[in-house]
Design a protein around this ligand. Structure first.
Ligand SMILES: O=C(CO)COP(=O)(O)O
Length: 250
């Protein structure tokens, strides 16, 4: 059985006191048993979240990191810095990073390399814009993102990788991909991994869906064969809705 995962990506939301208040109520309720739970707060709150959650089996994840070890990169954060505050996992290739911060497949391939070198786990995001969905080129587009950004890793490295499919047209729009569209893409991603690596690798990789997952649609999306959980934006910012999504696996 593959791992089941629900991860909250808080993006640029919540300062320290808001993070503290979310976590104090969240900790009372969350009991990760069959499902792994992760939260990706802002860089400034990673250490607080790590300390607060370490006895609760909730992983704290960074939303990004730089590919270089250190140096003159004003405003950036390195793998070593993340590790030093207890963070061993990172989201790479989120569509907002690709769009607003010019992250290319090539940069992402370097970030993947750096994360693996530091034995960090990676949530690697892929997903197409609406025009690619409309003109039918979405499979090719996602395949290119995978092959150029991620597929240089070794078979062994896949143990540290989670893939997240987040169609850009469904992020923050309230326009969720249908469970059938999600399943179709997840199956395609798994087959692509199988073709380039092996069936064993493909069968073991958790593939999460992200894009307007809410308490009322989570169960149906998660019930699909190749969907192993979700990467949740807006609905992870409220304890009640995030808990309902986590519990959608039960
Ligand atoms: O981008 C996302 C998670 O990384 C999805 O965001 P929403 O759940 O707000 O659509």
């Amino acid at each position: 059985m593959r791992r089941k995962i629900v991860a909250g990506n808080w993006k640029m939301n919540y300062d320290l006191s808001e993070t503290e208040s979310f976590l104090s109520s969240f900790k009372e309720q969350v009991r990760p048993e069959d499902v792994e739970v992760m939260i990706a707060p802002a860089f400034t709150n990673l250490n607080h979240a790590f300390k607060s959650l370490r006895d609760h089996d909730v992983k704290v994840v960074a939303q990004n990191m730089h590919q270089c070890e250190s140096g003159a990169y004003t405003g950036e954060i390195s793998a070593k810095m993340l590790l030093s505050v207890g963070v061993k996992s990172v989201i790479l290739g989120h569509s907002e990073r690709r769009e607003y911060f010019n992250e290319t497949n090539k940069t992402l391939a370097e970030k993947v390399e750096t994360a693996l070198k530091h034995e960090m786990a990676i949530i690697f995001c892929v997903g197409e814009e609406e025009d690619k969905r409309d003109n039918g080129t979405y499979f090719d587009f996602v395949k290119k993102q995978l092959s150029e950004g991620l597929f240089h890793i070794s078979k062994e490295d896949w143990k540290s990788v989670i893939v997240a499919y987040e169609p850009i047209w469904a992020i923050g729009t309230g326009k969720t991909a249908s469970p059938e569209q999600v399943q179709e893409m997840h199956e395609f991603i798994r087959n692509t991994i199988q073709n380039d690596f092996s069936e064993g690798v493909a069968e073991g990789v958790p593939i999460l869906y992200g894009g307007s997952v809410k308490p009322d649609n989570a169960k149906e999306i998660f019930s699909k064969e190749d969907v192993d959980g979700g990467l949740i934006g807006g609905a992870s910012l409220e304890v009640e809705s995030f808990m309902k999504i986590i519990n959608a696996f039960k």
